[in-house]
Design a protein around this ligand. Structure first.
Ligand SMILES: [Mg+2]
Length: 370
């Protein structure tokens, strides 16, 4: 095996516009201003991953991700071996926060390990399935616009699972959207909702009551987990699994939210927990006996590829459709072979490591530091 000593860690900020802005209760996205992370070994291997800044969720910005990697994380990793993942975790955990920066580094290191072993990371993680069923996220819009977008996703990509962003005021705006989707597509689609903490507990309870006949399968972060008793009250009354997403981003938070009865399911996002910490979250959820769903951090294609590599690798994450389609709304991306969703599925790319090949011309075009 080649020398796996990490010799260099590079960060490349890049910006790619979205075709249309995506709106949700906690924020909106117009440009994918992400950071590409590259880990180079002495033996010449290069691992890649992508960090998406989400200031309204984690407090990170593109500039803060670049700074924390350059000033703290790169010096901590250089000189260690790519296989020394527990050492990496120990060193990076000396700095609090910065979840997407840490996650991208972890996944880039896994990319190196897969290449060194000439095996797909997907197989090293568990290798359960070759693809994942895809769920598409519908941002705020008028009912007829959201129905049209769902129709387009069905026709063009065969996607039949939709996460509807809710949490608007008044809540009846959202109820009308979910009802319009159910009336348009009947039982041929799966629908669930994500409030991004936009409602109160009582709004949420009323909205769930009004949507009781609409066959929702999950309800995510309808009200803030910080409204501790209101959240517990709501979860007790929720007829479907109540998913913790941004309120349970670490194993400790997962434990707290589940044992505190503030959630009954967990969203796993490789964008914030990489592969190593996502496995910890997954195994914890399995141990606690709660369902999981692979979530989307409004990832680009590199991030989406990481999500499907992890999600398809494990049985529990393969049970539900993964949220893997937001990259379709970007005007361009960095992969030499773009991801495609067909028959409602996204396949795990073949090839060693993450199976990822960058289009260097595109990176040169979109990078913000050159
Ligand atoms: Mg969410």
């Amino acid at each position: 095996m080649s020398d796996l000593t990490i010799e260099q860690v590079e960060v490349v900020p890049f910006a790619i516009p979205y075709r249309k802005p995506l709106h949700f209760a906690s924020g909106e996205v117009r440009t994918a201003d992400h950071v590409l992370v590259r880990v180079r070994t002495a033996g010449g291997l290069v691992g890649h991953a992508e960090a998406p800044p989400r200031p309204y969720t984690y407090g990170e910005t593109q500039a803060s991700i670049v700074a924390v990697v350059e000033q703290l994380f790169a010096p901590a990793l250089v000189g260690t071996g790519a296989l020394d993942r527990e050492e990496h975790r120990a060193r990076l955990s000396r700095t609090v926060g910065n979840p997407t920066a840490k996650a991208a580094l972890d996944m880039a290191v896994w990319d190196v390990i897969g290449q060194a072993l000439d095996q797909p990371v997907h197989r090293l993680l568990g290798g359960y399935a070759a693809s994942m069923r895809v769920s598409h996220m519908l941002g705020f819009d008028r009912p007829e616009v959201m129905v049209a977008e769902a129709q387009r996703m069905i026709e063009e990509h065969g996607v039949r699972t939709f996460k509807v962003k809710v949490g608007q005021q008044p809540y009846t705006l959202d109820v009308a959207v979910v009802r319009a989707l159910r009336e348009a597509f009947g039982d041929t689609v799966e629908l669930y909702v994500d409030g991004n903490r936009g409602w109160t507990a009582s709004d949420s309870a009323r909205a769930l009551a009004e949507m009781a006949d609409l066959g929702l399968t999950l309800a995510e972060e309808l009200n803030p987990a910080d409204d501790v008793l209101g959240r517990r009250w709501l979860v007790e009354r929720c007829p479907v699994p109540f998913v913790a997403d941004e309120s349970a981003t670490t194993p400790a938070e997962v434990t707290r939210e589940i044992l505190g009865r503030s959630a009954t399911a967990i969203s796993i996002k490789t964008a914030r927990t990489g592969f190593s910490e996502s496995q910890r979250v997954l195994h914890l959820a399995e141990g606690l006996g709660v369902e999981v769903v692979m979530g989307n951090q409004i990832d680009g294609q590199v991030g989406t590829l990481c999500s499907v590599v992890f999600g398809a690798a494990h049985r529990a994450t393969s049970r539900r459709a993964g949220e893997l389609s937001n990259f379709l709304d970007m005007s361009d991306d960095l992969l030499a072979e773009p991801l495609t969703i067909s028959d409602g599925e996204l396949a795990v790319p073949a090839g060693p490591g993450l199976g990822l090949r960058l289009d260097e011309d595109k990176l040169a075009r979109y990078r913000q530091d050159a």
